[in-house]
Every structure is written in structure tokens, then in C-alpha cells.
Design a protein. Structure first.
Length: 335
């Protein structure tokens, strides 16, 4: 297998020093508490960790350099993109996936479909400079999937939305534009929406190697966690897919740029407000509220922007300390 087929690009070539030309280049395939595995040009390998090192700073999809003799980790290369999320009570964000070209945000045409939650995924994808695509599963279970497509498409300008039957080979054709040779996609979404089923279809896995799948409760469309860790898998079309455990709660943190892209219609209106520090809630001369009044901007959309904007400010670490010696300080230490 060539490095290009594994997802290698000139971005990573530029990071290799003259002393490192003989190092083994490895794509991280799994990350556990005390061990990692990867894929090199020669196939899967176990990555040996140096003494007193941990896996906390590594994500599935990372590129690392290793000793060609014993596969001992030497260093991790800088990432082109990194998807991460803030979890309650954690000091550092949880790493979801690295060097992802396209984030496939999977939801289903049932009660799981939630525009507010989809907006959170989109903000994270935008901030990571990763192309988001919303994948609507279980479209074959409803009489008409068009209303779901319409709602999803309205969440962000230029957003691509596709419908698939995760069990059908036709899903491979629908997602082919993002799954070509050397491309990497990541699957995110709630439990029970069909991520593992979709992965099995994309990777064309035999029954004895397939990811476990689970059903959902019919009363609320909630599923069980069948994927418990992140992992990298080859796609039949030549690309790579990173499977992730189901996420029901996604808190936003440090995604200001991502929110600006997500709510572009609001971002563009802000410059027309009378006051520079306008909160867009009650001030006179607010261009955003004026747009709501004439029906140009949906009031529910503005409410969701307020919620995410305030949550982002609350959760984003602020810089404190003397000039030249500033340290990030979390705003939510007690949460």
C-alpha cells in the first residue's frame, strides 16, 4: 500500500527532517488507554510506547514516526485537522479524530433528527476546517424523506445532505464522492442511527469482521452504544473511515469561527447594529432583531444561535495572568 493511499500528503512530507527520512511512517488506527495500533505501508502494526509515555495526546487518524526496527513511537506529526469535544468535568478536550477530510454527520429520519444537535456537530466541523456532510439514514422507513432533507439543508449555506439506506450497497455510490483513494471520513452521531451498519457497508466487511450493530427503542428512537472505541477502517473505494461511539451530548467550546460559518446569515447582520456590543436581544437599532421582525431571519434560529454563542463563551478557556506569562483558565471548573 502506498503512503498516498493511506492518506499521506505533502503537508506531512514538509515536516520530515533529514534525520527522520529512515523512520517508519504510521497512521494511527486505534487508541486505547495504554496501547495503540497503526497501519504502515507494510500493513497493520502494534506501536510500542516509550517509557513513561501515554496515549492521551493521540487520536485515531494521526500520523506518527516510529523506529522501523521495533515500531517504537518517535513523535507525532502536526495535524491537518482535529475533531475534539469538551466533556463535563474534564480539564482537556476529548480527541475524536485527526486528519479527517469529511465529517459524515449521521442522523436518521425519525425522532433522532434534531436540528439543534446537528448545528453543534456543524460548528465543531467548521472549526476543525473539515468538510461536513449530513447523512440521513432510515430514509426507506418513512413515506417521504424530503422534509428531513429540507430542514437539514437549511442549517448552513452550501451544506450537502444525502439520504441512504445504510444496509444497501447503494449507500456506497451515494457517499463515493468523499470516499476516494487516500481520503478520510469520520462517522459521528447518536447511538442507533446506523453508523456501524454504514461502516460495514462502506468497508464491505465479512460477517466475522463486521462492527456490532444494535437496534433502537421505538418510543424515542434512542439506541444502545455498540461502538465503544474509535477505530480506522479501509473503505472498499480506497479511502478510510473512522468509526466513533455514539454521542448524545455535545458541548461547544472554542468554536467561534465555526459558529460564524454555521450562522452566516446572522454574522452578516451584526455589522448593521447601532451598538458594537449589541447582544441582539433588546437593544434599539439591532439589525438582527429587525430581520426577525420582517421575517428575514427565523426567530428559532436566532434562539439557537444565542444558546450556542453563550455556551461557547462560558466553556472556552479565557487567558489570564501577567503579560507575557498568560495561562488559559477554564470558565467551567465547577461543571
Amino acid at each position: 500500500m502506498s503512503l498516498t493511499a493511506l492518506g499521506w500528503s505533502p503537508f506531512f512530507d514538509d515536516q520530515i527532517t533529514a534525520d527522520e527520512t529512515g523512520c517508519l511512517k504510521v497512521r494511527v488506527a486505534t487508541v486505547h488507554r495504554a496501547r495503540m495500533s497503526g497501519i504502515s505501508q507494510d500493513g497493520p502494526i502494534k506501536i510500542r510506547l516509550p517509557a513513561r509515555s501515554t496515549t492521551a495526546d493521540f487520536a485515531v487518524g494521526d500520523w506518527i514516526l516510529a523506529d522501523p526496527a521495533d515500531h517504537t513511537l518517535i513523535r507525532r506529526l502536526d495535524r491537518q485537522s482535529l475533531l475534539e469535544r469538551q466533556t463535563v468535568g474534564a480539564r482537556d478536550p476529548q480527541l475524536i479524530a485527526a486528519n479527517v477530510d469529511t465529517l459524515l454527520i449521521v442522523t436518521s429520519c425519525n425522532d433522532d433528527f434534531n436540528p439543534a444537535r446537528l448545528e453543534r456537530y456543524l460548528a465543531v466541523a467548521n472549526e476543525a476546517c473539515t468538510n461536513p456532510v449530513i447523512v440521513l439514514t432510515k430514509a426507506d422507513k418513512v413515506a417521504d424523506a424530503a422534509p428531513y432533507v429540507e430542514q437539514a439543508s437549511a442549517l448552513q449555506r452550501g451544506l450537502e445532505v444525502v439520504t441512504v439506506n445504510a444496509k444497501s450497497p447503494t449507500a456506497v455510490t451515494v457517499l463515493e464522492p468523499w470516499c476516494g483513494v487516500g481520503k478520510t471520513v469520520a462517522l459521528v452521531g447518536s447511538s442507533g442511527v446506523g453508523k456501524s451498519t454504514l461502516l460495514n457497508t462502506l468497508a464491505d466487511k465479512p460477517a466475522d469482521q463486521a462492527q456490532l450493530t444494535g437496534g433502537i427503542r421505538e418510543d424515542d428512537a434512542k439506541g444502545r452504544h455498540t461502538t465503544t472505541s474509535r477505530s480506522l477502517h479501509a473503505i472498499a473505494q480506497g479511502g478510510w473511515v473512522i468509526d466513533t461511539p455514539g454521542i448524545r451530548t455535545l458541548r461547544v467550546s472554542d468554536v467561534s469561527a465555526g459558529l460564524d460559518v454555521l450562522f452566516a446569515e446572522i454574522t452578516e447582520l451584526v455589522s448593521g447594529c447601532r451598538f458594537r456590543d449589541c447582544s441582539h436581544k433588546h437593544e434599539p437599532g439591532c439589525a438582527v432583531q429587525a430581520a426577525v421582525a420582517i421575517g428575514q431571519l427565523d426567530a428559532d434560529r436566532l434562539d439557537r444561535w444565542h444558546k450556542l454563542h453563550d455556551e461557547n463563551i462560558e466553556n472556552t478557556p479565557k487567558v489570564s495572568g501577567a503579560r507575557g506569562n498568560k495561562k488559559p483558565q477554564s470558565r467551567n471548573k465547577l461543571r
